[in-house]
Ligand binder design. Structure first.
Ligand code: HSE
Length: 399
């Protein structure tokens, strides 16, 4: 019997305990007998079915040689980083759903795993329950990954889907999402795109085998998207999604996280509401699409426990892939090329003196403003011309 400890008994942690214990028969059929010996949390949980396994002191778990696997579901950098590192130094393998930690300290934790002949897995850190990292690491090892486009944040996808369906304002939908528990009380990491950006950085690190600094990725959130933007999108047969894109360049990678007007028939538009979708383009397989629940108690726990089972199969053997601490070279975001939809107040006459004088006008019947498509432009050139428009309202990238 393999004994595991779960760090953090919140939404994901309690899901992990429940999956290990309640699906023990399924896991056993895959050749692994596993149970949870300890649950670490600061709180007590009187009346909880696993109340007897709650401990408050990490040292108790660390000192117990019977515990071979740690499922970390604490979130944040500390103490999750210190606990994960010390656990691996003590000969225990670790799996996690903590994308913040993986994006910030992944290389160091993978090195610790290697040095101690244990493993560090983090499937749930990108795409929640969707087995995307294992697919990239295992199934697609013979392919060169040329690009990935993904909807990697469930909260923002829920908000944008509702705005599209109901013509509602961002603020109203965010409030409703918070009331329903889909959005955090402090939603900044989701709505400003940081969560999606960290996941993008993890994907770049994984496929490049180097460390991608998430702060090097140009990131825009969805807070400025309005119902009027959706009206223009509809005229163009498009919708608006928060898209994470990464692609191989000659010397490194390009990456950007931003709202985009995508074709309604783009395969990743299958992700509605809290769902995620990831479109991988690789040189041998061509396009492949991965879809599912990117967040939530049981979908996330499914991925973490899948990792725990894999760890159990490799006790005493280091197998987990990782990336080095060498920095990924990112292409300057200003060299990226996009077609932009720009909104300005007033009529098109003000464009006469600008580089946009021949742009295609998009008429959605909105009074008091004009919208146009720039055609393909380098981002750096576009942004400086856009800043010169005195009556600018907003822009959004197409594609
Ligand atoms: N806040 C994240 C989301 C949770 O909305 O997708 C899963 O990483």
């Amino acid at each position: 019997m393999i004994k595991a400890a779960v760090l953090g008994y919140g939404t994901v942690g309690s899901g992990i305990v429940s999956v290990i214990e309640n699906n023990a028969d399924v896991i056993r059929e895959h050749g692994v007998d596993m149970s949870v010996k300890y649950i670490l949390d600061l709180r007590d949980f009187p009346g909880d079915p696993f109340e007897d396994r709650i401990v408050h002191d990490f040292e108790q778990i660390l000192a117990d040689d019977e515990v071979k696997i740690i499922c970390e579901a604490m979130g944040g950098i500390e103490p999750a980083f210190t606990f994960s590192k010390r656990a691996m130094e003590a000969g225990k393998s670790v799996c996690t759903s903590n994308k913040e930690l993986v994006a910030a300290k992944g290389a160091e934790l993978m090195k610790t795993a290697k040095e101690n002949n244990v493993n560090y897995l983090f499937e749930a850190s990108v795409g929640g329950g969707i087995p995307i990292l294992r697919t990239l690491n295992d199934a697609l090892t013979a392919d060169r990954i040329e690009s990935i486009d993904g909807i990697l944040n469930g909260t923002t996808n829920y908000i944008l889907t509702k705005m599209e369906q109901e013509g509602a304002d961002f603020d109203a939908v965010l409030k409703e999402a918070q009331e329903k528990g889909y959005a955090e009380r402090n939603p900044e990491a989701d709505i400003e795109g940081y969560d999606a950006c960290r996941k993008t950085a993890i994907l770049v690190s994984l496929i490049s085998h180097k460390s991608a600094n998430w702060e090097d990725i140009r990131t825009e959130g969805i807070t400025k998207i309005s119902p009027v933007d959706f009206e223009y999108a509809h005229v163009l047969g498009r919708t608006i999604k928060l898209i994470c894109s990464l692609w191989k360049t000659e010397n490194g990678y390009g990456a950007i996280v931003s709202p985009r007007m995508i074709d309604k028939d783009n395969p990743i538009n299958c992700a509605q509401g809290v769902f995620n979708a990831i479109l991988v383009h690789s040189d041998m397989l061509d396009d492949s699409l991965y879809y599912g629940r990117g967040a939530g108690r049981f979908p996330t726990a499914s991925a973490v426990v899948g990792d725990a089972v894999e760890l159990a199969r490799h006790i005493g053997e280091h197998f987990s892939a990782g990336w080095s601490d060498e920095a990924v070279e990112f292409e300057s975001p200003d060299n990226m090329t996009f077609n932009y939809l720009v909104r300005i107040s007033g009529d098109k006459s003000t464009l006469k003196e600008t580089v946009f004088r021949n742009a295609d006008i998009v008429d959605a019947g909105i009074e008091g403003e004009t919208a146009f498509l720039t055609g393909d432009m380098k981002e750096g050139v576009f942004l400086s011309e856009y800043e010169n428009l005195p009556n600018r309202i907003s822009y959004i990238r197409l594609g």
